[in-house]
Design a protein around this ligand. Structure first.
Ligand SMILES: [Zn+2]
Length: 204
């Protein structure tokens, strides 16, 4: 018999205008977007203020490998939090270093210990930690952007430009169309407030 699933909770451990979402099924948690370089102390303080021990974070997922989204991935990994990487993201990881300066104190992400999966593998992997949902390819800001879509309609979209600003970005518009078709209703972006997904332009 399947045990009763814990309800999903979502909190924001963000700072410096960036949201770092902690998605939890009880004490089984995932972190969506992984801090600015050189700020592990701030991140740890925020998590501890919210009573989230690092050991309860089962995976860290970057929506994409830009410095405000994956800056602490290596530090988290060394602290015991595995880095979940989609196969389309692998090649973007080493490029991050080129956008950092020595004084950013960026700790370069190594391949060691990374858990690289396909999109199809995301649902069963998340199910094992009590989270019903999947990770989807949502290009539009970068080609390797991904979103976490929960079965309750919550979607973590990273820097996917809002549809109202994406009229000249057909790739982003296609990602929104796909998310809406898959049941996305509430958008948790990496910057700015949570919002209801824009109405389907075809229906309005
Ligand atoms: Zn960003």
């Amino acid at each position: 018999m399947k045990s009763q699933a814990a309800p999903i909770t979502i909190v924001n451990a963000g700072y410096r205008s960036t949201n770092y979402w902690v998605v939890s099924a009880g004490e089984s948690r995932s972190l969506v977007d992984i801090g600015w370089p050189g700020t592990f102390g701030i991140m740890k303080a925020n998590l501890s203020r919210m009573d989230i021990p690092l050991r309860q974070i089962r995976y860290a997922l970057a929506t994409h490998y830009h410095i405000d989204h994956a800056g602490l991935a290596e530090e988290f990994k060394r602290a015991g939090v595995p880095l979940l990487v989609l196969d389309v993201q692998v090649d973007a990881i080493p490029v991050m270093k080129t956008w950092t300066k020595p004084w950013d104190n960026y700790v370069e992400i190594t391949a060691e210990g990374n858990i690289v999966i396909s999109f199809a593998e995301s649902r069963p992997l998340l199910a094992r930690i009590g989270i019903s949902g999947e990770i989807l390819h949502t290009p539009g800001h970068s080609d390797h952007c991904v979103s976490l879509l929960l079965d309750d309609g919550s979607v973590f979209t990273g820097d996917l430009p809002p549809e109202a600003y994406a009229y000249d970005n057909p790739v982003a518009l296609a990602s929104w169309e796909m998310l809406r078709r898959r049941g996305a209703t509430i958008v948790y972006p990496a910057h700015g407030p949570v919002r209801v997904i824009d109405p389907d332009p075809e229906q309005s």
